[in-house]
Design a protein around this ligand. Structure first.
Ligand code: ADP
Ligand code: MG
Length: 242
């Protein structure tokens, strides 16, 4: 068996007396497509924040490429190959769309440092993939919510990750826009990128995921192939029926 790209063991995160993550175990294989679902407030974004280093966990371990990254600062985790999108996009609003991508391409990549011309070309290539090429020179602050989400995804892709975590990247998108993003994320596999999709759009999660994990109130209650997850009555009650 391939060793996992990401291995989380007994991860616990508390906010004061409130336990947001309670001994969560989770592994992601290289190139795997994992869906992570659960009701609002179940700890999905907190888990992403702990993996990315935005938050520090209270107990448990986070290993990436076989090394313990639980105490590494966020920027080093990006360099190692962890990229995430924020549920609420936060681009540099006073920069153009393309400059928002040029920055990670010039400074944020895992190993290759691009010169300015190459960074511009690569940024345009990514913008074309997410359907934002026409907005390249627009100021990011003036984008619609939908375009903001596409830019958020483009920024994560520009970091050339080995693991891409999409935190509700499809919220508010139309059916055809969801399909565009899905196609883009399916394409990541050919580049060997593992993708964790956190999503309420169940059609997308079911279509995308090779495996689905379910969080409820900070605990992982199920983890398996998508069909068996949907058949789990607890999952249906906790999530799908909400
Ligand atoms: P999800 O992404 O599954 O909707 P979150 O991870 O955002 O859930 O939140 C899990 C729980 O932790 C919620 O009850 C939320 O209110 C709480 N929480 C999240 N972030 C913080 C924080 N920075 N401070 C205090 N409580 C938080
Ligand atoms: Mg969330």
């Amino acid at each position: 068996m391939t060793p996992p790209l990401l291995r989380i063991t007994a991860l616990t995160k508390r906010f004061g007396g409130f336990t947001a993550l309670d001994q969560v175990d989770l592994a992601v294989a290289p190139g795997e497509r994992l869906g992570l679902i659960g009701p609002n407030g179940s700890g999905k974004s907190t888990l992403v924040n702990c993996i990315a280093g935005t938050l520090r966990s209270d107990a448990g371990a986070i290993e990436f490429k076989g090394r313990d990254i639980g105490r590494e600062p966020a920027f080093r985790r990006v360099h190692l190959g962890v990229a995430r999108t924020f549920q609420l996009p936060r681009p540099f609003t006073s920069m153009t769309v393309i400059d928002n991508l040029r920055i990670p391409l010039l400074y944020g990549g895992t190993s290759v440092t691009l010169d300015s011309g190459r960074a511009t070309a690569e940024a345009m290539f990514i913008l074309e993939q997410v359907g934002l090429a026409a907005r390249a020179d627009a100021m990011s602050g003036g984008l619609t919510q939908v375009d903001m989400r596409k830019l958020e995804l483009a920024r994560a892709i520009a970091a050339k990750p080995a693991l891409l975590i999409c935190d509700e990247a499809m919220a508010g998108l139309s059916g055809s826009e969801v399909d565009d993003i899905l196609a883009l994320l399916f394409g990541m596999k050919e580049r060997g990128v593992a993708v964790v999709m956190i999503e309420h759009v169940m059609r997308a999660v079911m279509k995308f995921s090779e495996r689905i994990a379910v969080l409820v109130a900070g605990r992982k209650i199920a983890d398996g192939d998508p069909k068996s997850i949907v058949d789990t009555s607890e999952v249906v009650a906790a999530y799908l029926g909400e």
